[in-house]
Design a protein around this ligand. Structure first.
Ligand code: ADP
Ligand code: GLC
Length: 471
């Protein structure tokens, strides 16, 4: 049995801003049948503290953990066995977990997640009331200082680290003046350490010092090593090529169990979604989007290509929130076109109705480490139309001539990621929609595509076993 402590800044169903939470929430039970015992270390946000059942304090009182007192609690929350870093000065804040009331990152985010990482290294060093992790599974920049702290605490030879990159766009950059406040050794502040163009980069620290690296799809693992996608860290990643692997995300098959048994029953859900969103049936597919509205997601490209979909009788229903400009642009499109309906906000229940009722799900991302919504779409026979990048490239079998001839296609892949190519793809989607046999075949292929955790959980388990250090 390999014991693994997963260190994550968000975790479904407790706190979520994106797919990282889904992955952190799903992996522990997915790994249970694979000889891995995974527990999770989380920040004590109000939602986590409120959900924590029968907490026991393991570390009673740290007097000054990055600016205030802290405790480590152990208990069950959201169905997971968790350790919670109860540090009110860092985490007892209402609202979005990373952002203050002004919509900007909390200025002390570096300290908040340094504290999380420090606690991970402390658990690895001292154990947690008798439980000792052999491996630390670190997610994104928020956990990426852990390998440095492990060295400082003298346990890097005993406990192995895997850093998983969910999104290289977030690097945890901080002013160099905070070296001391973050308990970082000045000797590491060099180009081959954690310095990034004069700043401290938490993510780079992990990329340099973790034993192994992974990301959430094989294609993104390769893309990350190129200047186009590496966001300045491609060189570091190339230098660690031998330690880098890509393991696809799965989805929670129970949470995303289709609420229908037959395609006829699905058609009824499409009809009620049209009614709910006030969208007419003009003979084309009902396309859905469920997404953060940020430039990563390429929704501005979709907006430009949209007239083509509408001209062919298709509609768009979008659920999302994020950048004010994109929210406004979509609201304007909603007002202008009867075939467009936009719901700004975050709504779990509505997202399920979108995925189940849509004919197609559109994911026009400029880059996408893995992407989960195309996987939900596959499971529901809601055909994904995706940019050819990252995990989107790895999970959709394209309806090109070969894919259709072989009868294996599950969706459409768009390349290059431009308005022209997206217009073309939306036209192709409508054409296929009119060919009922091909469309039905694709829906059936999609629904058979394995999108659960089985294969990837086995891959993680093998990796953890591999890097576990001799006692
Ligand atoms: P990312 O993590 O980059 O946002 P993913 O596709 O990996 O992208 O994960 C996004 C997750 O957030 C999915 O579970 C998706 O259903 C959910 N999601 C995104 N926006 C919304 C929204 N407005 N309402 C409900 N769920 C959303
Ligand atoms: C990130 C990525 C997304 C991925 C998710 C979970 O938020 O943007 O592509 O699916 O992490 O790994």
């Amino acid at each position: 049995m390999t014991t693994v402590l997963s260190v994550a800044s968000e975790c479904a169903p407790l706190v979520k801003t994106g797919g990282l939470a889904d992955v952190a929430g799903a992996l522990p039970s997915a790994l249970a049948g694979h000889g891995t015992e995974m527990r999770t270390l989380l920040p004590g946000y109000p939602a986590v503290m409120a959900a924590l059942e029968e907490p026991v304090a393991i570390i009673q009182r740290e007097k000054n953990l990055f600016g205030g007192p802290a405790r480590l609690l152990h208990g069950i929350a959201g169905g997971l066995e968790v350790y919670v870093l109860d540090a009110p000065h860092l985490f007892e804040r209402e609202g979005a977990i990373y952002l203050g009331p002004d919509g900007k990152d909390w200025p002390d985010n570096p300290e908040r997640f340094a504290a999380l990482s420090w606690m991970a290294a402390t658990i690895a060093t001292d154990g947690a009331a008798g439980w000792e992790p052999q491996v630390l599974h670190l997610h994104d920049w928020q956990a990426a200082l852990t390998p440095i702290y492990l060295r400082q605490l003298g346990s890097a030879d005993r406990v192995a680290t895997l850093l998983t990159i969910h999104n290289i766009a977030f690097q945890g950059l901080t002013d160099a003046k905070r070296l001391k406040a973050l308990k970082l050794p000045a000797s590491g502040f060099t180009a081959d350490g954690f310095e990034y163009y004069g700043k401290i980069s938490a993510l780079k620290a992990g990329l340099v010092y973790a034993d192994k690296l992974s990301t959430v799809s094989p294609s993104y693992a390769i893309e990350l090593m190129t200047p186009e996608f590496g966001m300045g860290l491609d060189g570091v990643l190339r230098s660690r090529r031998a330690d880098m692997t890509g393991i696809l995300n799965g989805i929670d098959l129970e949470a995303w169990q289709p609420p229908f048994k037959t395609l006829r029953a699905k058609a009824k859900l499409t009809k009620s979604l049209r009614q709910e969103m006030g969208l007419p049936d003009a003979g084309g597919p009902l396309c859905v989007v469920v997404s953060r509205l940020t430039s990563q997601k390429g929704l501005d490209i979709l907006l430009e290509a949209l007239p083509r979909l509408l001209a062919e009788g298709g509609q768009l229903a979008l659920l999302g929130s994020g950048d004010a400009e994109l929210e406004k642009a979509f609201q304007e499109a909603d007002a202008r076109h009867s075939g467009v309906a936009v719901k700004i906000g975050y709504d779990e229940a509505l997202s399920h109705r979108f995925i189940a009722g849509g004919d197609a799900i559109l994911v026009p991302s400029r880059f996408e480490p893995c992407g989960l919504t195309q996987l939900y779409g596959l499971r529901h026979g809601t055909l994904p139309v995706v940019s050819l990048t990252g995990g989107l490239a790895d999970t959709v079998v394209p309806a090109n001539a070969a894919g259709i001839w072989a009868g294996v296609a599950t969706g459409i892949q768009v390349h290059p990621i431009t308005t022209d190519a997206w217009e073309h793809a939306l036209g192709q989607l409508c054409a296929i929609y009119r060919q009922h046999d091909i469309w039905n075949r694709m829906q059936k292929n999609a629904m058979r595509h394995p999108v659960g955790w089985e294969v990837s959980a086995a891959a993680y388990a093998a990796l953890f076993k591999d890097i576990e250090k001799a006692a």
